[in-house]
Design a protein around this ligand. Sequence first.
Ligand code: F0G
Length: 401
Amino acid sequence: MSDVRSEILLRCISCGREFPADSIIYFCGDCGNLLDVVGDIGRLNPIELKNLWASRKFTMWRYRELIPVEREPITLHEGGTPLYRAEKAARWADVKNLYVKFEGGNPTGSFKDRGMSVAITKSLELGRETVICASTGNTSSSMAAYAAAAGVKAIVLVPRGRVAAGKLFQTMLHGAETYTVDEGFDTALQTVLSSSRESGIYILNSVNPWRIEGQKTLAYEVWEVLGDGEYVVSVPVGNCGNISAIWKGFKELEMVGLARTHPRLVGVQAEGASPFVDMVRRGDERLIPVESPRTIASAIRIGKPVNWLKALRAIRESEGLVEKVSDEMILEAQRLLASGEGIGVEPASAASLAGVKKLREQGLLDRSETVVCVATGHALKDPNPDLVPNKPRESSYLARR
Ligand code: F0G
């Protein structure tokens, strides 16, 4: 079957100006807004596609007709992650059905691998020999691993002392040249954007539209199991890239004619880092940055999310919801998933479940809903034994049980 690669281009999400697919740009030259990868997917045959996908093994590359790369991909077998039925979590959040899409099952332990597989493949197509990103730790771990697999040089900027141990270790182990900034993620990203303007080094943060092309495949996987969209998908939100990507995936299923409806999306932020949720609740289109974002969930400790406009459209077009949750609730959700369901996720990932519970408590979500909580990263990413009440005891206690 043919695919969409020949007509691919980049289109500004605001003014609609189009750029050739091989342009090395992240923002529109006219209005400065973000870009989307677009192709003529409406002419693909949905029945042929469905059969083709079902015949392939379960990694994200089974959807390759909708992943616009030219060359053989750089892959570590990303995607194809489990979708667990979680009954205790459903009871805890007070909804009828609850599933957890466990992105910790990806090669480096987070959803970023989907985007990096595509973006690193694109880097090679574009002849880029060095890639760069700012990160709260998962993007850098993933980029470092995929750069290693591709033989490309990786440069990383992270906030000093504020990246979880597991993530910093991965980033270094995979060989990325790592720099720290005294401020938070937002400053690190600004530094990356301005340094790359001078150096031309290829940026692999989620401003890079090819990252989104990989991350959208989560939607295809959920759709393959749950079918058309009579459900809610809850996503932890930091820089607003992943929720935008997941929405693009669901929309594309409709455009291709595979789905008739789409799920509603729920975006969840931590209370101390919630500029996106606050903007949606105000009902305007003006993101007011949070200068010193605070939360235990370091992955989403972000005060100025660059992809906010894409994410705003995801919430509005899907008739979705937003919520912000306390660190206490995030940790409670994390413990519930781990000790009640056997699913180990990092704190940021547990925000998706905590958000669903809070929306239920406020009556903003119906009890009859089926909910998919995206668990974005593995528990081992951010180990903190001090936060777990279940402490090890001396072995002499064992005899006295
Ligand atoms: N969950 C985890 C575990 C993350 O690492 C991130 C983002 C998010 C959720 C939020 O996704 O930014 O697309 O809205 N981590 C980035 C990083 C910022 O550098 O690893 P988003």
